[in-house]
Design a protein around this ligand. Structure first.
Ligand code: CA
Length: 230
């Protein structure tokens, strides 16, 4: 039974969530302060965090950023303000998803189930990983598309490898810069678009009708598990 930690200072909201998540078969814990939540998470055993942004002691953003130094536990943000959404998707804070207040508890439960399914799949994905007909052998520095080896530059390889290892996760440009261009600090975010473009051209040579790379307007890019939906 997955354990969900709810970090929320408003008791009424926390109560509603606790009730709804328990009804869906989750074990639940509730903490109202960011620092207490970090201490609890440090102890382990939490499968997903529902994290309010407006906490009395720390901002939810800071809790998440701190948490990401040591943990990959999924984080679902609760936000009351639309301008906070821009920060959630625009910053490298490692959130998995968000819901806006007021929300339906059922919606939160559904999002958590989706996140947990996704992380479970990632944990069990075989090596080398094959997603959407793309087979990644990171150790050998090779990616094949339906068995046909792709000729990629170093950064094209690193970029596509990152997408293959996290299918259906939306990366914004800053996140891809951080993960792929770690040793090239003078490049800018348009570099990501340029490399996505050349990757698409190379993939199109093998897959004329399918584009496994999905552009999410204003958000970033993801790799589609089933490229026919692209
Ligand atoms: Ca709050």
């Amino acid at each position: 039974m997955p354990t969900i930690l709810i970090v929320e200072d408003e008791a009424a909201i926390a109560d509603t969530l606790l009730y709804a998540l328990q009804a869906e078969g989750f074990a639940t814990e509730w903490i109202s302060l960011g620092r207490d939540a970090l201490a609890r998470l440090d102890a382990g055993g939490i499968d997903c965090v529902v994290l309010d942004i407006g906490l009395p002691d720390l901002r939810g953003f800071d809790v998440c950023r701190e948490l990401r130094k040591t943990s990959d536990v999924p984080v679902l943000f609760l936000t009351a303000r639309s301008d906070e959404i821009d920060r959630i998707v625009g910053l490298e804070i490692g959130a998995d998803d968000y819901v806006t207040k007021p929300f339906s508890p059922r919606e939160v439960a559904t999002r958590i189930k989706t996140i947990l399914r996704r992380t479970a799949r990632q944990a069990t994905s075989p090596t080398p990983a094959t997603i959407a007909g793309l087979t990644l052998d990171r150790a050998a520095g090779r990616i094949a598309c339906h068995g046909q080896a792709l000729t990629l530059t170093r950064y094209e390889f690193l970029l596509l490898a990152e997408l293959i290892e996290h299918p259906e996760r939306i990366f914004n440009r800053a996140q891809l810069m951080d993960r792929v261009w770690q040793d090239a600090l003078d490049t800018d975010e348009r570099t990501v678009d340029t490399h996505i473009k050349t990757l698409r051209t190379k993939l199109r040579a093998v897959l004329p009708d399918l584009d496994p790379i999905v552009t999410h307007r204003g958000l970033g890019y993801s790799l589609c598990r089933i490229p026919s939906c692209a």
